[in-house]
Design a protein. Structure first.
Length: 330
């Protein structure tokens, strides 16, 4: 008589799949095995905003060279990439945009190399436009303009309270627009008796930023009026009306934040070329550095991987009042 199989140990996980069984059907297994490496690379990009940008850049390249099937990426040569780069220059794209597009394409081909789909990365060796690393292109607004912007939402309506809290969160903490939209109620909490934001940044990096006292007051007023402070897993900043679906227990999207900020900027007379929500991040970083914040701390605060990115916000070397012009005396 065959002996029965031994029972699993008590501490063995109960969700292990027994040998010989599978969760996927044969059709599902083969369908996933047939996914082209190009699509696999895109799906494996964790950050949704990065994934959207990569998809847009790669589709631009594919459209230019006439790729219709993912397998055709295997036939791309350096000459194709150089021709695309020159086309981007002809379209008058900025050097930063061209570099971003080439970086996305290079990331794809590096992945294809790892998967042994191709033998080399055709983007390597393609000369990229020089980057202006002296100063960032995103304009920061002045201190007086920042104060006017925070005071722009008037009244005691729920919308006014929410918008004041949003503006304070951006201007006092240097968050990216998508980081603001991704905040949950539970991401605003006390650490060592100090209120902090738990921020989910790029590449799934987590950082904790202490909340400014003014922002704390405005967020408290907003949550008290909105009534969702107890919904800790729900979004922190939400729509105040939705004429289409009537659903309000969802996060504000990045386009809505853009419209909110542009509206208030116009209302207070801010006339800055290319003003955007990122201008408030640049303003927060510039203000912190001008008030002698340590640049390494500002790097950590903003969630930058490289301190050279943080230096783009350091305008102290270009302040007009510090120019040698005003040291000349005859």
């Amino acid at each position: 008589m065959n002996k029965p199989l031994p029972r699993p140990a008590r501490d063995e996980p109960k969700d292990l799949v027994p040998i010989g069984s599978r969760m996927l059907s044969a059709a599902q297994f083969h369908r996933l095995a047939d996914v082209p490496a190009v699509l696999e690379w895109l799906a494996n990009t964790a950050n949704p905003w990065t994934r959207r940008a990569y998809k847009m850049h790669v589709e631009d390249f594919a459209g230019f060279v006439g790729i219709r099937n993912p397998d055709e990426f295997r036939t791309v040569t350096r000459a194709h990439v150089i021709a695309w780069r020159d086309e981007l220059k002809r379209r008058a794209h900025s050097p930063a945009t061209i570099r971003a597009k080439l970086s996305a394409l290079s990331s794809l081909f590096e992945y294809l190399c790892e998967k042994n789909s191709i033998t080399h990365n055709p983007v390597k060796g393609v000369k990229r436009p020089a980057a202006d690393t002296n100063e960032g292109k995103t304009p920061a607004i002045g201190d007086a303009q920042a104060r006017s912007l925070m005071e722009a939402p008037q009244g005691e309506t729920l919308k006014a309270k929410r918008d004041r809290a949003i503006l304070a969160t951006l201007l006092y903490h240097g968050l990216r627009r998508q980081e603001l939209c991704g905040l949950r109620v539970q991401d605003y909490h006390a650490r060592r008796d100090v209120m902090h934001f738990r921020i989910h940044g790029k590449r799934s990096k987590l950082r904790y930023v202490p909340a400014h006292p003014k922002a704390q007051r405005l967020i408290h007023e907003y949550l008290e009026a909105a009534g969702h402070a107890a919904d800790i897993k729900g979004p922190l900043f939400r729509p105040v009306k939705n004429n289409l679906t009537k659903v309000l227990d969802k996060a504000l999207d990045t386009d809505s934040v853009y419209k909110i900020l542009k509206g208030y900027a116009q209302a207070v007379g801010i006339d800055v070329d290319h003003f955007s929500p990122h201008s408030l991040r640049a303003t927060a970083a510039t203000n912190a550095l001008e008030h002698e914040a340590d640049i390494a701390k500002v790097q950590e605060w903003l969630g930058h991987s490289n301190i050279s990115t943080t230096r783009l916000y350091d305008k102290r070397r270009t302040r007009p009042e510090d120019s040698p012009t005003f040291k000349v005396s005859y």
